[in-house]
Every structure is written in C-alpha cells, then in structure tokens.
Write a protein that binds this ligand. Structure first.
Ligand code: FDA
Length: 533
C-alpha cells in the first residue's frame, strides 16, 4: 500500500516526468524498463508482461475478440496481466510517464471492444489473473476480484451454500469488472435489484496509483463506479457484494410461440404485466425471425418466453394463471432446480457439468462473428400496429435474422430513485430492448449495420424520449463519441445523457475531482470539467 507521503512524491514525479517526456517519442523498451524498475517482480515478469515478441501476446490479445467488426490499426504496445496490486500500480505509473493510454479488460465483453481496442498508442491491463473470490457465508457477503467471470462467482458461492446467490448477469462468461461498473441485469433483478444495488464496498486504484476502499474514496466516487462505468475513474480491483437468500428450488420455463400461434397478442399483453407481476418472476422475451413452420418459404417471428421464478412450480403456475393465462403455461413446461442449475441451464444443454461455468470463452456467438448491438427503453406498451411494423422489418427475406431481447423491469429495480446510482432506468420503464444482429462475412457489415440502424429508427416513436435512453453496458458508439485528444463536455453530453440522464453532470464533477488530467479515458469516458468546450 502506497502511503500518503509516497503518493504525493509519486504524483509530483509523474507530473515532472510526463512533462519532460512529452517531447520524446515513448519507446517500447523504455516502457519495459520502467515496468521492471517499478515493483513488477523480476521472477514473474514473463507471466505479467507480454510484448509482440512473445507468443503469449496474440493468444491473450485475441482471447476475447469475438467481434470481427471491431478492428484497429494500432495494436497494444504491451499487454500486462497483473498478479497483484503493485503490478497495476507500476502499469499505471509507467503508462502515465510514457504517455500511453490504458485499456482495462476484465471479461472482454464490451460490445464496441473499448477494453482492447484504441486508435492511439496504448497498453492493455488484462485482469485475468485477479479473480479470487472470498465468501463469508455468516455475514452473507463476498469480495470478488474484477477479473473473475460471473460463472466463477456463481459457482464459488453455490459451492459454499446452496441457499445463497449473487445478483449479477445472465451470461456466465461476462466479466465482473465491466458488468459491475455499468449496471448488471440478471434473472434475479426484479427480486433483488441489479448488480450495483447489491455492492457494498470496492477496492480501486486511482490515476496516482493510490489504493482506495469505500471509506477512503468517499461516497461520491463510490456512487460513480456503481453504474457510471469504472473505466472513467480508476481500475477497480475487487468488489464486496451482498449475498442473497435463495430458496433451494427455483423454477424455469422456456415456451416459444410464433406469429401463427398468436405471438403478437401475447407480446401485446405481456407489455401490460411484465413489470407488474410478482417480484419473484422475470418473464423475459427473446425474439428472432426464421422460416415459418406452417407457411413454406415465408418467415415468421419466434417469441421465446424465458423465465426464472424464485419459488416452486405450483406458486409459479398460480402467478401465471392470475397475470398471464393467455400463454397457457402447464406444469410440464416447467422445471424445478437449484438456482445454480438454473444459471447453467440457460446457457448449456441439460446434463452439462457445473464446471462449464468456469469456462471464460464466450458461448452464444458460436466462434468468431461480426455483430452490432443497440438498446432502448419502453415506457408505454407498443400498439399492435407498432409490433406488426417491427415484425415486418425483422422478417425481411434474404437478410440475417435480427435477435431482439425484451427484458422486464419493475420490482426491486424501481425501489431505487433515478439518482441513487448513475444507472437511471428505474420506475416508469416497463422493459428494455436489446437489438442484435450477427453475420459471418466482412463484406456484409455495411448492409447489416444499416439494417439494425433502420430498425432502431423505426422504433423511435415507441420508446423513451428526451433523452432516448440506452443501457451503458450495451455499449453503442452510434450514440456519440468523445472528441479525439481534447474530450469535450458538450460532445460527451450527447451520449452521456442517454446512458445516465441527469446523473451525467454529477459523473463529470466526480471525474473532475478524481481524474482531472483525464488519464482514464476512452471513446465514451466521462470528461473532466477542465476540458469543457
Ligand atoms: P470488458 O473487459 O470488455 O470491459 C467493459 C468495460 O468496462 C470497458 O470499458 C473496460 O475498460 C471497463 N472495465 C472492465 N473492467 C474494469 C475494471 N476492473 N475497472 C475499471 N474498468 C473496467 N449485461 C448485463 O447487464 N446482463 C447480462 O446478462 C449480459 N449478458 C451479456 C452477454 C454477452 C455474450 C455479452 C457480450 C454482453 C453481455 N452483457 C450483459 C453486457 C455486459 O454487461 C457488458 O458488456 C460489460 O461491460 C462486460 O464486462 P466485461 O468485464 O466482460 O468486459
């Protein structure tokens, strides 16, 4: 731990060094030398530092880069995979004096690749080695390092107790670092809130290399990193979360209906109940377009009602009969299992061992593909006409089928005010939409990007307005990017208000206080006030 006096010296030295280095081109060798002089243990250097000359460099660089749409002319000068906090302090210090940007990567799931792509010289700090999870079942808390994936966190908690759970995200391969700092929606969110609603402490390293916990960082910074995106403020090494009481059995079902099976009316009705049903119930829809099973040669929309109910099958059937009898759910559609099995079941075939939750490879994209995602919030049910217009766009022949996800809000998510955390999408939102399109060939990129933007344009009259809100963790650079070099407040406000609404200004104030020189920056990082334009 760097003492206060040491960190002042560190700060002065780094200001002096950045000034004196500004005119000389930063060299790879100098950077390496700096790292080796600053606490990276010489015995572990090959485990921590990966240069383009090492075979480990491309393996590590490409290990999460599944979205081939994202390319950059600049490759990272070096990848650092720290084994401890002092490795991170050294990486921050040396990046600063050599004027290299850093990109922090935990699980590598960023939709626009901001954790491993940059157009200016940069280094990646990849947290894959920092993924310990320490669990206190008595006090129902856990410290989880950012480099862990959600599957690991779920697995380790369930290993200790089948009566405790973590509210984080649906997909087990997502990294804790990115998900926790941007929100975190899971199948438990209507009952327990989103991930950030259950974070009670964090350990952060700031731009001066100083390590903070909640007490030393203060409530403003602790507020900002829970939903405002950690990467604008510092590197979060670990998070302390509340563990949540979960019954030994939960119930799931996945029932699919096509347009020929009344899906339009079902989705229309679903919009009226999704945010109001029992908080134990998350009734999520995934929608895609494929050939119709009854009308040969024609496409139809398939709507899958994917559910987790925190409780037994009989209670679930009672709730469904009361709120959504039109779906016609029967006991045979449902499976009772433990919460940890329900996480596994949503991603893997029945019979897969729980150990699959420890695998970091992204599953749902079936290897390397090109993809684009966008998001919206719906505050008033979309009319039948509106839905039919959407189906028409989804069903266009000869095009890759879009995948849409309608995720219900309400329940515990609405118990927090819009300003309690930077994540503002609380009461008043019925559901969130994620638009997704995957394709296989580079030459198809322009037409598919145009297509998803067309669907998004069509939806403008049905979704939230002023601002048209979006989920920060579904990163979308179409919403706007910072100016290169000098990050302007005015430029950042364009995308910032969409993700954070009125919380954007408070995030700017926190940024100004804790990172006034804008060391932690990317295409969508919060700007400090000094660069107001
Ligand atoms: P990655 O490592 O790419 O980081 C994302 C951003 O956070 C980057 O800007 C990075 O610099 C920053 N960052 C990462 N670690 C940091 C740290 N320790 N300190 C500071 N900054 C840090 N979301 C959701 O809410 N619920 C869900 O169920 C899913 N499911 C899902 C499935 C799949 C297949 C994908 C690709 C994405 C999701 N998401 C999601 C979205 C996900 O929450 C979002 O992409 C997260 O930012 C991913 O976090 P990673 O750590 O994996 O990404």
């Amino acid at each position: 731990m760097i003492t206060f006096k040491k960190s002042i010296i560190f700060l002065l030295l780094s200001i002096w060094l950045s000034l004196s280095w500004a005119t000389s081109a930063s060299s790879h060798d100098d950077f390496l030398e700096c790292l080796s002089h600053h606490t990276i243990n010489s015995n572990s250097i090959s485990q921590v530092i990966h240069t383009p000359n090492n075979s480990s460099y491309s393996t590590i660089l490409n290990s999460f880069s599944t979205n081939l749409r994202l390319t950059s002319k600049v490759k990272p000068s070096i990848i650092i995979t720290p084994l401890n906090e002092s490795d991170i302090q050294a990486a921050i210090y040396c990046s600063k004096i050599h004027d290299l940007q850093i990109r922090i990567r935990s699980g590598g799931h960023d939709y626009e690749g901001l954790s491993y792509i940059s157009d200016t010289p940069f280094v990646i700090i990849d947290l894959r080695n920092l993924r310990s999870i320490s669990i206190d079942t008595e006090n129902k808390t856990a410290w989880i390092q950012s480099g862990a994936i959600l599957g690991e966190a779920y697995y380790r908690v369930a290993e200790k107790s089948k009566k405790l759970a973590v509210a984080a995200g649906v997909c087990p391969t997502v990294g804790v670092g990115g998900l926790f700092s941007g929100g975190g929606y899971s199948m438990l969110s209507r009952k327990f809130g989103i991930a950030i609603d259950n974070i009670i402490d964090a350990k952060l390293i700031d731009a001066n290399g100083k390590i903070h916990d909640r007490e030393s960082m203060g409530e403003d910074l602790f507020w900002a990193i829970r939903g405002g995106g950690g990467t604008s403020f510092g590197l979060i090494v670990s998070w302390k979360v509340k563990l949540l009481d979960i019954p030994e059995k939960v119930t799931i079902f996945n029932v699919t209906r096509t347009l020929e099976q009344n899906a339009t009316q079902l989705v229309y009705k679903w919009q009226h109940i999704a945010d109001k049903v029992d908080n134990n119930l998350v009734l999520r829809l995934s929608l895609t377009s494929r050939e119709s099973p009854v009308l040969r040669g024609k496409r139809t929309v398939y709507v899958s009602f994917t559910t987790l109910y925190v409780g037994g099958v009989n209670e679930l059937l009672r709730e469904m009969k009361k709120s959504f009898p039109e779906l016609g759910l029967v006991k045979e559609d449902c499976i009772e299992l433990s919460w940890i099995e329900s996480v596994l079941y949503s991603w893997f075939p029945v019979g897969t061992s729980l150990d699959a939750l420890l695998d970091r490879k992204i599953k749902d994209l079936a290897g390397y593909v090109y993809f684009k995602r966008k998001s919206d919030y719906v505050q008033h049910p979309i009319s039948i006409d509106g839905l039919e217009g959407l189906w028409k766009l989804m069903n266009q022949q000869g095009q890759s089928p879009p995948d849409l996800m309608f995720t219900p809000y309400g329940g515990k998510i609405s118990d927090f005010s819009e300003s309690e955390t930077p994540f503002p999408h609380r009461a008043g939102n019925i559901y969130q939409i994620q638009y997704g399109l995957n394709w296989q060939k580079r030459e198809d990129s322009p037409k598919n990007i145009a297509r998803i933007r067309k669907i998004y344009r069509y939806m403008s009259k049905y979704v939230s307005k002023s601002p048209r809100a979006a989920y920060f963790n579904y990163r979308d650079l179409d919403l706007g990017v910072n100016n290169k070099g000098n990050t302007s407040y005015a430029q950042a406000k364009i995308w910032g208000e969409k993700y954070f609404k009125n919380n954007f200004d408070r995030l700017v104030k926190v940024k100004t206080k804790f990172d006034p020189t804008n060391f932690f920056r990317n295409e969508q990082s919060i700007p400090p006030l000094l660069s107001y334009a």
